[in-house]
Structures are given as structure tokens and as C-alpha cells.
Design a protein. Structure first.
Length: 269
């Protein structure tokens, strides 16, 4: 899984987005507010374990020091059918508990591989009147991002594998799985251990800002002024609707404040 060097976050032009930009912060909100009813709330089915897998699990479980002898004895004496029911019920219970815990306690912030998606600009970029932030993924909180998987089939949970290895990454994967209908988003997710967290990033983390083709000049200047006081290396790109294709093209520009323009003699006093 190759993580892109730069990841993008679309923003509408709002007081909150400006506050976050000024404080150099990314907000990790609750998944309960997502617009996809399946998002982070998948009820995965359980992969039916084979007899061989069940026997492997039985043998492994009976040797674990953290399991009481009474329970070990029950596992040894249980027939395959009963053992299968025990594992499946245990997996269902674990998934339900972990899902509820995740929805209640974890914060999620969403990003995209693309900065030129018409649908993303329309849905999340203030209908072309907002902006898009480009972050370098070599810095926190983007180092451990997870790529969203798109599928039309709800994934199956491999209970035996999870219980044998104590590896429950499969559950985290459920929180990063969406319908193919959303594949245009090319989404990556950053997950924080605490919901409602406003994570402050280092100024050098922000690489670039792309302005929607319909953003007004005053809004553009407000954003440029904010960034000018934080990191002069941030690159500015102005969006323009193509006259030949259904796409937005970006042209890089250098922002010069009114005060600097007067000082440099670019405008008359």
C-alpha cells in the first residue's frame, strides 16, 4: 500500500475552516456524523471456519497460559459443531463491542489522493467556492493513515485468524471500507484515539493550497494572509474551469499583500 506523498483535504470557506487554518489544526470528528449510513458501522459476516482451522484453534487455545484449566477442558471436549458456534458467537460479540466503542470514542479525519475531483469540490469544497489543503504525509498526523477500500460486498471477518494471532486489524479495516459508490473520493483516513480532537500540526506539514474556481477574491486574500504569517513556503494554486473538458485546471501564483505591493512600488500610494 503506497501512501501518496501529499494528501488533500477539501474545505468550504467558513469561520470554522479559517479558525482551523489559523491554528494549524486538523479536526478529528465522530464517525456518527458521516453521510454514509454504512460508514464505520458495517455488520460484517463471519467467515465460516473449516474443521482444520477449528482444530488448530482448539490446540492453540488449550496451551495458552492466560486461559483457565476449566475453559481449556471445555474446549478440548467440545465437538466441532459446538466449537464453531462458540467462535462465531465470540467474533460477533467482539465486532459489535469494538464497533460501538469506535463510534463513541475514536475521531476520524478524511482526506483524498486527488485535488481536482469535480464531485469532491462540489460536495466538500463549498461548491467550488472553497479551498483544498495539501499536506505532506511524512509528518503527523498523516504517517499512519489508512487507505479506504471500496467494494460492493461487505467483507467477512476471519475469526479464527484473529483469535489465533490476537490481531484485530480486520476490525479497523471495517472502519475503512466503503461501497464502490464512493470510490471517486480516493479516500485516506487518519484515526485519533479520542473523538473531538483538534490536532495541531507543524507549519511545514502544509505544502500547498488549491483555491476553487469560484472562490471570491476577498476570501482568497484572507486565506493567503493567514498563511503568509505562518509559512512562506506554502504554494498557492488558483483553480479555473476548463473551456474544453469537464475539469478544473490549476495555475500556481505568488501572493503579494497590499502593504508589500506598496513597499515594492507595485501599486501607487
Amino acid at each position: 500500500m503506497n501512501k501518496p506523498k501529499i494528501i488533500y483535504k477539501y474545505e468550504s470557506f467558513s469561520i470554522q475552516s479559517l479558525k482551523n487554518l489559523k491554528s494549524q489544526s486538523v479536526y478529528f470528528g465522530s464517525p456518527l456524523g458521516f453521510n454514509d449510513p454504512y460508514d464505520c458501522a458495517l455488520k460484517a459476516s463471519i467467515k465460516e471456519p473449516t474443521d482444520s482451522e477449528l482444530e488448530t484453534y482448539r490446540n492453540s487455545y488449550s496451551e495458552r497460559s492466560d486461559v483457565s484449566r476449566e475453559i481449556q477442558k471445555q474446549f478440548k471436549s467440545a465437538n466441532i459443531s459446538d466449537l464453531r458456534k462458540i467462535i462465531i458467537n465470540s467474533a460477533i460479540s467482539t465486532i459489535e463491542k469494538q464497533t460501538q466503542f469506535f463510534l463513541k470514542n475514536r475521531g476520524v479525519s478524511c482526506f483524498s489522493e486527488r485535488n481536482d475531483s469535480l464531485l469532491m469540490w462540489s460536495h466538500y469544497g463549498g461548491q467550488y467556492k472553497g479551498f483544498c489543503l495539501g499536506f505532506l504525509t511524512e509528518f503527523e498526523p498523516f504517517i499512519k493513515m489508512r487507505r479506504v477500500k471500496y467494494t460492493n460486498i461487505i467483507p467477512k471477518f476471519d475469526a479464527v485468524k484473529a483469535l489465533l494471532t490476537d490481531d484485530f486489524d480486520q476490525i479497523i479495516d471495517l472502519f475503512c471500507t466503503k461501497s464502490e459508490s464512493w470510490s471517486y473520493e480516493k479516500e485516506w483516513r487518519s484515526i485519533h484515539e479520542k473523538v473531538g480532537t483538534l490536532y495541531t500540526y507543524d507549519a511545514t506539514t502544509l505544502d500547498s493550497i488549491y483555491f476553487g474556481p469560484d472562490i471570491d477574491e476577498q476570501s482568497l486574500q484572507i486565506i493567503c494572509l493567514i498563511i503568509a504569517g505562518q509559512n512562506s513556503d506554502v504554494k498557492f494554486w488558483r483553480g479555473k474551469r476548463s473551456a474544453e473538458k469537464f475539469e478544473v485546471n490549476f495555475e500556481r501564483f505568488t501572493y503579494t499583500s497590499h502593504i508589500d505591493a506598496k513597499r515594492l512600488g507595485l501599486i501607487k500610494l
